[in-house]
Design a protein. Structure first.
Length: 344
């Protein structure tokens, strides 16, 4: 995780050439706070005994329940068709909140598979997170929930025959998710024309971010510089590109922004290849929501992402070489060691 801190430090200079220095500084502060908080809490979390519930597990459950209560209070002020517009908490609104709760749900599910007693607390928190995420009526959150659910189902079953049947059933999940997405999209379109406008605005944001990157490929155009480019039919300003792949190159270019994407790709590969299978769901859900919302750029979403990577990536990464497995230190062990649950 030291490379994540390095990438965070590299993204400080783009504050200097932001079009709005104050806005750029605040945007970077939120991002950096998420990185430092996520890495710190994540490393402490994984250092605690993993087979029993701990204070951080309970803290995440409390956060989820507290956020769900706030959502209930705000959305109850209007009808069901206004839930998305009214969905708001003290730390975020609508899509962002829905994405954070979706990822948190799968983190709690993953942790429940590791502990021996008190699982019901994490199950309760996970169910609350899913319901609250759905309450936001966020299409991005629905995609994250669908991707995470597919990862959970795909890894179910202990026997090969059982796993084959489960994975055959899992093939149908994308079609169910597509139908749910279409129904949600239709309901939101009937309730408000903003549902269509939001999609068009995102496409324009991505285009604007790419254009800014092309205009300054080495250093980018700085934090919050997208605010100078009105987008959408209402010519509104947006701070981020709502897509990590184009957002960080726009902010810091090849020298300052792209390194974070390279590190993120490496961490994702290591988590999926070597990590505990239970944590594939929150990793994939986080990547999915970061394609449609400023998940990594925000403090809460960013902190959750880096915490997930701290939990998902094993300390003793291994490589399979023929019939034997070799640890980084050179000691040979049986090829069955690479479960992602053992430490050096």
């Amino acid at each position: 995780m030291r490379w994540v801190i390095v990438a965070c430090a590299l993204l400080l200079p783009p504050v200097l050439w932001a079009t709005d220095l104050a806005a750029g500084g605040l945007a970077y502060f939120n991002f950096a706070s998420g990185v430092v908080l996520g890495v710190t809490v994540g490393l402490v979390w994984r250092a605690l005994p993993g087979n029993r519930i701990n204070a951080i597990d309970v803290g995440l459950v409390v956060f989820v329940v507290w956020s769900a209560v706030q959502l209930m209070r705000t959305t109850s002020a209007g009808g069901s068709h206004e839930a998305h517009q009214l969905a708001e908490t003290s730390w975020g609104r609508s899509n962002y909140v829905g994405g954070v709760l979706a990822v948190a749900a799968f983190v709690l599910i993953a942790r429940s598979s590791q502990i021996e007693r008190g699982r019901w607390v994490l199950w309760l928190g996970s169910a609350t997170a899913v319901l609250a995420s759905v309450e936001t009526q966020s299409r991005g959150a629905l995609i994250a929930l669908s991707v995470g659910a597919l990862a959970v189902v795909w890894n179910m079953g202990e026997r090969p025959a059982t796993r084959a049947v489960v994975r055959l059933v899992a093939v149908g999940l994308p079609f169910v998710a597509a139908r749910a997405f279409a129904d949600l999209n239709e309901a939101r379109t009937i309730a408000s024309t903003n549902a269509v406008i939001n999609v068009d605005t995102r496409v324009e944001l991505w285009r604007a971010a790419v254009q800014q990157f092309v205009s300054s490929p080495l250093t980018g155009t700085g934090w919050a510089s997208l605010r100078s480019v009105p987008v959408g039919v209402h010519s509104e300003s947006q701070t981020f590109a709502h897509n990590a792949i184009v957002s960080f190159p726009q902010i810091g270019g090849l020298l300052f922004g792209v390194p974070l994407l390279i590190i993120l790709a490496g961490l994702t590969w290591r988590a999926l290849r070597y990590g505990n299978a239970a944590f594939r769901a929150p990793v994939l859900a986080a990547i999915a929501i970061s394609m449609t919302d400023p998940f990594l750029e925000g403090m809460v979403g960013g902190a959750l992402v880096w915490m997930v990577f701290c939990l998902a990536i094993p300390v003793g990464e291994v490589e399979l070489r023929g019939p034997r497995t070799v640890r980084p230190g050179g000691a040979q062990v049986d090829a069955t060691w690479h479960t992602g649950t053992e430490r050096n």
